[in-house]
Design a protein around this ligand. Structure first.
Ligand code: ATP
Ligand code: MG
Length: 502
């Protein structure tokens, strides 16, 4: 088969640090080629080089056998390369249509033929089953739909080689199936796709070939048919990872938080809560299972003080909560691993150290005179300890957190939220985008927090994660609780039905 892309001896340095070192990658026409590697292995960096966002420090890119210099995304687009980034880059204030034609190759002057454009986009969307509502603003469409907009945008610009950087991280299982059908259709028509994912099951399902990166270097390229998920995991992390089995707690302690008949926008199927009664005890993990968008976000916001109930009541450690505010809940020793780490979890232009210490401003270890005097040295030492403990891969704790790989950003949040011995931990999709090693680390850490007496509310769209971690399971559907199930030997069929509202 024809080779469409070859990246040869690609090296990328940031200061002294090699994000990519002598990487080789060859992509054929009509294949799904997966890039596999741990958090921080250099996958996004390599793709950002291909898309002209970074210039390599060394190496050469060939397209159809010819050497090319890709000096900007505009050049990449001209050469037929499209990219859907790990963190979407849509302009939220604009509509779907406006986003797709933004930076259009044919836009000359202000007179653009909107009708012709619409027609072209609608044809593409029909051909690839990329269902989108063209006139809706980005803020009003779900994550899965935003993704389709990104893909549509790349195809509209004429992409022959499409890079999808962790496209499935925030999708439901059904949406993933839909995306895979679209991908199959695209490669069936001779386009090529570079796919990045941490989910081994997906990688084994969709890939033709897989290239494994480790610590910025190429390990090997393998045919999907000639490998197994276990072998890939081994190549990726360079060691074996034994299966985990956590003992389940059957007798939780006193309630840390309890909700009584709580309503919040109860008419809304996707963004409300309707008569929710539940409690999280000390030393247990309560798992909330359900398809994303059935009130989980509101539940998390409620028990972290972001929103207040419109009906019913909430008790925190036995006392009725009178006022709801994030700060009030932090003072009650509630920790939060938020669902959207870029919007709520991290301040991108602050350093790793500052993000780790965000909640500790009044701590006498790090400041005196009421926070006026910062003890920089103690702060740095502490942040470096956390960097070690949570295996945060960064050049130094002074690095801006926005430059960290997706998975390493998540570890910074974990270090901040778990180190202060919370009474209640609200963890929303805590392992989304994490590699298997890091996922194991997060799970182990949550179990130790539980065993130390912390109550954990785990909200996850990953059913396997709910089953593995939860001592009790509650299913939520359209804002209502459908049932409660034990964490040991859970009735999986019943739970799946409840998740579908049955
Ligand atoms: N602009 C930058 N400045 C400094 N270091 C950077 C920059 N961009 C990336 N890095 C570093 O390069 C390494 C590789 O990052 P990259 O984003 O490519 O990882 P990744 O394989 O995509 O990981 P993930 O699976 O977590 O998304 C990381 O250690 C990251 O901190
Ligand atoms: Mg990445």
């Amino acid at each position: 088969m024809e080779e469409i892309l070859r990246m040869e001896h690609i090296t990328k340095r940031f200061g002294e640090f090699y994000a990519n070192r002598d990487i080789n990658l060859s992509v054929l026409k009509g294949e799904v080629h997966t890039l596999l590697g741990e958090n921080g292995a250099g996958k996004s960096t390599l793709m950002n080089i291909l898309f002209g966002l970074y210039q390599p420090s060394g190496g050469q890119i060939f397209l159809h056998g010819k050497p090319v210099a890709i000096d900007s995304p505009a050049t990449a687009v001209k050469l037929g390369i499209g990219m859907v980034h790990q963190h979407f880059m849509l302009v939220e204030a604009m509509t779907v249509f406006e986003n797709i034609i933004l930076g259009d190759r044919n836009t000359k002057g202000i007179f653009i033929d909107r009708n012709a454009r619409r027609k072209e986009i609608l044809e593409l969307s029909e051909r690839y089953n990329l269902d989108v509502e063209l006139d809706k603003p980005i803020t009003e469409i779900a994550v899965g739909a935003q993704q389709r907009v990104e893909i549509l945008k790349a195809l509209y610009r004429g992409a022959e080689l499409l890079v999808l950087d962790e496209p499935t991280a925030a999708l439901t299982d059904i949406e993933v199936e839909g995306l895979f059908r679209i991908m199959k259709k695209l490669v069936g028509e001779g386009k090529s796709i570079i796919f990045i994912s941490h989910k081994m099951r997906e990688v084994m399902q969709i890939s033709d070939r897989i290239t494994i990166l480790r610590a910025g270097e190429t390990v090997r390229t393998v045919e999907r048919g000639e490998t197994t998920g276990e072998e890939l995991a081994g190549l990726m992390i360079g060691r074996e990872l034994a299966p985990s089995h956590y003992a389940k707690v059957t007798k939780p302690g006193a309630a840390v938080v309890s909700l009584h008949d709580v309503d919040y926008q109860k008419k809304s199927k996707h963004n409300g809560l309707n008569g929710v009664t539940l409690e999280v005890g000390r030393g247990e993990i309560l798992g909330i299972a359900g398809v994303d968008g059935n009130g989980q976000s509101q539940l998390a916001q409620l028990v972290t003080g972001v929103i207040a109930p419109e009906g019913g009541s909430v008790d925190m450690k036995g006392s009725r909560v009178a006022t709801f505010s994030p700060n009030g809940f932090i003072l009650e020793n509630v920790s939060h691993i938020p669902e959207d780490r870029n919007k709520m979890g991290l301040i991108g232009n602050m350093s790793v150290m500052e993000n780790i210490l965000l909640k500790e401003t009044g701590d006498p270890r790090f400041s005196d005179a009421g926070g006026w005097h910062l003890k920089r040295k103690a702060m740095r030492t502490y942040a470096e300890q956390m960097q070690q403990k949570y295996d945060i891969r960064c050049t130094s704790v002074a690095q801006e957190s926005r430059n960290l790989s997706g998975g390493n950003q998540q570890k910074v949040i974990l270090a901040r939220e778990l180190e202060n011995h919370p009474d209640l931990l609200v963890a929303v999709h805590p392992t989304r985008g994490l590699d298997i090693g890091a996922t194991r680390f997060v799970h182990d850490t949550m179990i130790s927090a539980r065993d130390a007496g912390c109550g954990v509310l785990l909200i996850s769209a990953d059913f396997d994660e709910i089953l593995e971690m939860s001592d009790r399971i509650i299913v939520i559907f359209e804002g209502k609780i459908m049932g409660e199930y034990p964490g040991s030997n859970p009735p999986i069929d019943q739970i799946s039905l409840a998740m579908a509202g049955k």
